[in-house]
Design a protein around this ligand. Structure first.
Ligand code: CTP
Ligand code: MG
Length: 234
């Protein structure tokens, strides 16, 4: 059984508003994407990594980001698409022909550098047991829905609400079914689980670390520096 990782890193990072896509910004001298890839490189369970980057970035990423870092599991660097889902779909297309039904595919945002190896492995073990598993954290704040005029509509009950993270892992046959169906139905989701949910296959959620942040806004870079200093997520 093979375990392959798809790392979508083809976004432009509009919300962070930096002059380069956020996955290439350096933290303590090392690009964010490298921290992410190193976690998958070091996991004894992961066999191969497919990295999906922006149009025209393939060569530059190979030469300037990957070269000399010992990231030997990165077997392919390919061009992504318009939405995150398109980028993941392109990554999946280039592994299907060598994938067996019970292989596992694990998808993780390039912009989430602090996934730790233990959580990554736990996500894979659960997927081996139940076919689909994502990391998440239970909502700890009070949630309100808000009217257009910025007054509160109501407080939402959130006993059973979770914020999902990546990694998200699935058996290959299930993920393939979900992606084919989404394409047929022209469904776009903001994560991979939302595509698999439409197949009605149960997806296990396990608690992830609060340090497993997705770098999204400028403030996240400051937070990331602190997380690095603490040594969490290394
Ligand atoms: N991503 C991708 N292809 C896209 C869009 C996003 O591979 N067309 C990747 C990003 O590079 C990131 C992950 O998906 O690693 C999560 O996306 P997000 O945080 O939204 O990143 P960006 O789209 O780059 O940021 P923004 O939405 O602020 O522009
Ligand atoms: Mg985006």
């Amino acid at each position: 059984m093979n375990i392959r990782a798809i790392i979508p890193a083809a976004g432009k990072g509009e919300r962070i508003g930096a002059d380069i896509p956020k996955q290439y910004i350096s933290l303590a001298g090392v690009p964010i994407l490298v921290y992410t890839l190193e976690k998958f490189q070091r996991s004894e369970l992961v066999d191969e990594i497919v990295l999906v980057v922006g149009r025209e970035d393939v060569k530059w990423v190979k030469d300037r980001i990957l070269d000399g870092r010992g990231l030997t599991k990165v077997r392919k660097v390919i061009e992504g698409g318009k939405e995150r889902q398109d980028s993941v779909a392109l990554g999946l297309e280039c592994i299907w022909d060598k994938t067996e039904d019970d292989d596992i595919v694990i998808i993780h945002d390039g912009a989430r550098p602090f996934i730790n190896r233990e959580e990554l492995n736990r996500c894979i073990y659960e997927t081996q047991k139940v076919g689909a598993c994502v990391l998440g954290t239970k909502i700890k704040e009070t949630l309100k829905s808000v009217n257009e005029n910025m007054t509160i509509k109501q407080t939402l009950p959130c006993e059973d609400l979770w914020i999902v993270q990546t990694p998200q892992a699935f058996t290959a046959s299930l993920l393939k079914k979900a992606y084919i169906r989404a394409k047929e139905e022209r469904f776009y989701g903001t994560d991979d689980a939302s595509l698999v949910e439409r197949t009605n296959h149960p997806i296990r959620i396990i608690p992830g670390s609060l340090w497993n942040i997705k770098i999204t806004y400028p403030e996240d870079l400051q937070l990331a520096e602190q997380i690095l200093k603490m040594g969490a997520g290394l």
